[in-house]
Design a protein around this ligand. Sequence first.
Ligand code: NAD
Length: 312
Amino acid sequence: MTSIAFIGLGHMGAPMAANLIKSGVMVKVFDLVPEAMKSLTELGALSAKSACGAASGADVVITMLPAGKHVRSLYLGEGSSDKGLLDVVAEGTLLIDCSTIDAQSAKKVAEVAVSKGLEFIDAPVSGGTAGAAAGTLTFICGGSETGFEQASKVLSHMGANILHAGDSGAGQVAKICNNMLLSVLMIATSESLQMGIDHGLDPKVLSEIMKVSSGGNWTLDKYNPCPDVMESVPSSNGYQGGFMVDLMVKDLGLSQEAALLTNSCTPMGALARSLYVNHARQGNGTRDFSSIFEQFSSFQQMTHIQQNKNKG
Ligand code: NAD
């Protein structure tokens, strides 16, 4: 039976690891926060005392960590007194990092892995916590053909779409291109909906019209930012759950760093980052990213209040 080490059991990692366990593979888990391992050991996973303890002897290592510095530190031992995973894994171990990080870090880890004869795949995900729980994530992979084929078999237990973007780092680049586009669509959908509301339109009716017109997009189909237009989305639940503003700010920072490296022109991405940073600085960092809608609706409410005051 394939043995898998799963390291990083946060909002995404825990439900992903749970799906692997349910698929019948042997899973050994590790997280710096011991409580994070409890729900998985209850499902049948083994727990390790350290990341290296989980990874040594495993056929496959999967990591789901916050940012590039965590990934470099864990795999390479960079800035840490511990050994890196690349120093302890067995020959032939397949390494898959599902975190969203900068492409440079992914390429660096892959380079060292290849120098030791190991396959390292960057495989950031799209689909959020709901997709992680349902096992319907999209994995956007970078790495060799052989590594991708091996990784696909494992990732299919946690996702519905497994795509190969290109060589090492390409998965990360494709992921931040997607999230930059998503942020722009979310902001543009929010301002359009609010302008319609300001002119007396019903946002449900307006959404149905735009969905089947040339402005139709994923946010209207699946994730309407205006409260009570759609059921079971964060906007209809006080913007709780979903994809945090802080994570969108992180991804937009990564996309702007990537744009600088290649001198790419990304004016909409730059503006989207500023708007999301501003939104986070107003105390919205842990709310869902569709709460950016309130930047437009609150502005309108304040204008009405001001107009009424002036009349008074
Ligand atoms: P999270 O902060 O909930 O989880 C990260 C986990 O990693 C934590 O439990 C932390 O204790 C653990 N960790 C950190 N360093 C570690 C180490 N050295 N060894 C072991 N464990 C360690 O984050 P998340 O929401 O699960 O996101 C993980 C990654 O997935 C991020 O890169 C994020 O951008 C990306 N992502 C998140 C979402 C989402 O909706 N949350 C969606 C798509 C992609």
